[in-house]
Design a protein around this ligand. Structure first.
Ligand code: SF4
Length: 444
């Protein structure tokens, strides 16, 4: 393999290109478009779209409310089930959830644009201002929520509605979790994640303390002592290992960390990106980091995935999106060794993969790919900062259907619990479920 000096720099594009490249990927529907789209809905009895929604939003109901000219009422229908309805309208993989099962998709291959209609309604409500819910009379109970991501804030909001006082402890400087730090910039533009946090907090009764990471300044024992209940929505902090030789070399980047840096960058032109970028993984993070590398001006971006297209966690829609933006996807390829020169990664030796008798294995053939930057996007892992205080299952916190953990008085939800789906909407559902369970517990 021809080895060149790694070429990593910012300012690969004309300064005006960054704003255009990172603008809203799905421009919102205007009033007329929303009416036309809502008119396409059959308002199905036993609507399959509603069953497919992890937060069980009454989709035919809110679409009917839009159709009859009441988008703010439609938003209330959405927020009843999902207070993050605005972000979920932007980031939910609707093509594998509600829109996949929409009867118009099944019959005509063209679903009702549920996600865009949800965005139309929630944007209307947030533009109008105010908050759609009022708090119950003060209960005199205090709840600690750890983590100000979708699970934590959904839980905090529902608890505040029930009249409890909530203190949220968050390790980072900003609230929002992956909505603020982990989602591709073109899916959530104009500071929407922070506007949504402000909207959620406007119910009152929720205080957030930043710079408080569990296990460091914050001890679970103290929270149990000082509060009537505790909810943990602490996400995943570890990065999975590649298992390839030299994976700690300079030039190997964690995709989640890079996306976080990108989301917080004041000037995208200053963010260094390679000319030749390799991304290892098959999920949404792999797609997000690959597409954004391309939008930052990388010339050659390739995703490497060890199995076939249909086994990728990223949907076919997301794979198409990446490919239409010039990202190549190589299937049935796994990294074997990081090629290093002067302590820095300059490429990957890859193995062709196949499945034999149900087992994924190398074919014995290898090839080399040069790279200036290599992103690991192979998932995150739960780090047990609680020193074994809670029972784990499959490496994450064990929780039941109400999101109760193995210790009475402690609930958990979102990505940190066993079975966590790494989806914003699933985390919101966990937070709301836990809040209802905590409310029953506090009222008993
Ligand atoms: Fe409307 Fe499609 Fe849902 Fe039926 S399945 S209610 S047509 S969005």
């Amino acid at each position: 393999m021809a080895e060149k000096k790694p070429d990593v720099s910012g300012k690969r594009l004309p300064s005006t290109a960054y704003a255009a490249n990172f603008s809203d990927i799905h421009p919102p529907l205007d009033h007329h478009e929303a009416l036309v789209e809502s008119d396409r809905c059959y308002f199905c009895h036993d609507a399959p779209c509603m069953v497919a929604c992890p937060t069980s939003i009454d989709i035919p109901m809110f679409i009917r409310q839009i159709q009859t000219g009441h988008p703010v009422t439609a938003a209330k229908t959405i927020f009843d089930q999902n207070i993050f309805g605005g972000m979920c309208a932007r980031v939910c993989p609707t093509e594998t959830l509600c829109e996949e099962v929409c009867v118009r998709e099944v019959a005509e291959g063209k679903p009702v644009k549920i996600g865009l209609l949800q965005r139309y309604a929630t944007d209307a409500a947030m533009a109008e201002g105010g908050h759609p819910f009022t708090r119950a009379a003060p209960s005199g109970k205090k709840v600690a929520v750890v983590g100000a991501g979708p699970a934590g804030l959904a839980c905090a909001h529902r608890l505040a509605m029930h009249g409890h006082e909530v203190t949220v402890f968050e390790a980072r400087k900003k609230s929002g979790g992956l909505n603020e730090y982990g989602i591709a910039a073109y899916k959530s533009v104009d500071g929407f994640a922070q506007r949504e946090v402000d909207f959620i907090l406007s119910i009152g009764g929720i205080r957030i303390e930043h710079g408080k990471a569990l296990g460091k300044k914050l001890k679970l024992k103290d929270l149990q002592k000082d509060f009537d209940a505790v909810f943990l929505g602490i996400g995943l902090q570890g990065v999975n290992a590649l298992g390839a030789k030299h994976e700690d070399a300079d030039g190997i980047e964690d995709a989640v960390g890079y996306i976080s840096e990108l989301r917080q960058a004041k000037d995208l032109a200053k963010l260094p990106v390679g000319r030749r970028v390799l991304v290892i993984g098959g999920g949404m993070t792999a797609i997000d980091v690959a597409v954004q590398s391309k939008l930052l001006g990388a010339e050659d971006v390739t995703i490497l995935y060890r199995r076939g297209a249909s086994q990728m966690k990223a949907s076919a829609y997301e794979q198409d999106l990446a490919q239409t933006r010039g990202v190549k996807i190589k299937h049935w390829v796994a990294p074997k060794k990081v090629l290093v020169k002067d302590g820095r990664a300059v490429g990957l030796r890859c193995a062709y993969m196949t499945v034999t008798k149900g087992r994924l294995e190398g074919t014995g053939e290898t090839f080399d790919l040069p790279a200036d930057m290599i992103f690991k996007a192979i998932g995150q892992s739960y780090v047990d900062v609680l020193g074994g205080a809670l029972e784990l299952e499959g490496g994450r916190i064990k929780a039941d259907a109400e999101r109760r953990t193995s210790v009475a008085g402690i609930w958990a939800g979102g990505d940190c619990v066993a079975g966590g789906k790494d989806l914003t909407v699933a985390s919101v559902d966990d937070g709301r479920r836990a809040a209802e369970s905590i409310n029953q517990f506090l009222k008993a």
